[in-house]
Design a protein around this ligand. Sequence first.
Ligand SMILES: [Mn+2]
Length: 426
Amino acid sequence: MKIQKQQLEDLNKKGLENHTSHFDFLAQSLSKSGVKVDSVIGKLADFQVAIPSWALGAGGTRFGRFSFSGEPASLDQKIEDIGLIHSLTQTAGAVSLHIPWDVPNDYNAIKELAANHKIKFDAVNSNTFQDQKNQKESYKYGSLSNTSAAVREQAIAHNKEVVEIGNKLGSKALTVWLADGSSFPGQNNFQTALTHTQNSLISIYEDMPADWKLYIEYKPYEPNFYSTVIQDWGTSLMLANGCGDRAYTLVDLGHHLPNTNIEQIVSVLMLKGKLGGFHFNDSKYGDDDLTVGSIKPYALFLIFNELVYGMQNNTQNPELGWMIDASHNVKDPLEDLIQSLEAIQEAYAKALLIDQQALKTAQEAHDVTACQELLQHAYRTDVRPLIREARLRHGGALHPIDAYRALDVRKNLIKERGNKTVATGL
Ligand SMILES: [Mn+2]
C-alpha cells in the first residue's frame, strides 16, 4: 500500500480551518515573545528519525509474542511500512537495518524501493546476542568479550560483514550493542572481559571505511543480570576513546537504572564531542520498550533541552544518528511509531522554545525560580500546531493517527499480506 498525496490533501482539508486558527494564534503569541516561528518549523521538518527494521512487527517478551495481523514478512514490506509512516508524518525518512534479520537479497532493488519512499539507510546494527542457524561458535557466554578467541573472531567477522552490507546501501555507521556480561558473581573476570571487548572493537573499527562511525551502546543489565561488560556511558566512552576519533557513545533512553539523570549524560558527551547515536523509547521500570513520551514526557523534554543546547553550541560533536528503539506487543506497531514520532517532535519543539539567553542570565544571577519558570513555560506551551504546520508544509497529514485510521491502512495491509505474517525480529 502506498498513500497518495491527494488522499492526504483531501483528509487535511477537513481539519484545515481549525488548524489555521490554532496555528495563527500560537505563531502570533510566540513571535511577540521573540521566537522565530519559521525557523522552529524548519528545524522540526528537518528532524528525521530512523525506524528500525525490527519495530514494524509486534514485539515479543520472554513470555510470548502475539503477532499483529498484516505484519511485514520481508525487508521490502518493512520499507513500505516505513514509507507509510513517513508519508503521514514526514519525519521517518530513514531505516536502521538489523543484520542478519534483514539482509537484502537484491541491493539495487532495495535501494530503489527506499529511494521511492524517500528513505535513507541509517546506522546498521549487528547481532551477537543470538546464535544463528549453522553458526560455528556460540554466543552463550559472550561475543566480543568471550574468553575464547574463536568466538571473538567470529563476532568480529560478523560486525565487519554488517559494515560491508551497510556500505553497499549507503549507511555510514555501525551500532554495536553487546549482550555480553555475566549472570552470577565470579562467572567472568571483569578486566579480562573489558580488555577483550576493547581489542575486538578496535579490530572492527580499524576495518571500517574512513567515512564510517562506530556507535557503542551501553546497558546496565539484561539479558545478563549480574554484570554487563559495557554497563554505562563511562565504559562506552572509554571504549570509544580507545578506538579512535570516529567511535562514539550511543545513548539509549531505556538503558539506564531508574532515575538516572540522562540529560546530564547527554550534555557531558556532547561537550566532549562523543555523542554519536541516540535511541528513543520510554520505560516505567526498566528497558520496557514503551512508546516514546508515554511515561516521562518531561524527562524527554529536559533531554531535548540538552540536545538542542549541544546542537547549537558543541560544534565538536557530530550530527547525531536518531533512531526509535522500541518494540512492544500490544499496539498496532505503526500507530505506536507514529505516536513516538509525535512525542519526539513535541519534546524537540518545546526545547526549541526555551529562551536560552534569559536562562543564561537567570543562571548567572542564581535566580533558581526564574530558571525553572523558563523551562516550564516552554514545556507548558502546546506546540502541536507547530508540528502540524511543519507536516502540512511538507505534504504530511495534519493528524497522522486519524489519517492512518481513515485510510484503513492496517485493513489494507492485512488484505495484501494476510492475517498470519510474522516479521523477523524479537
Ligand atoms: Mn538501543
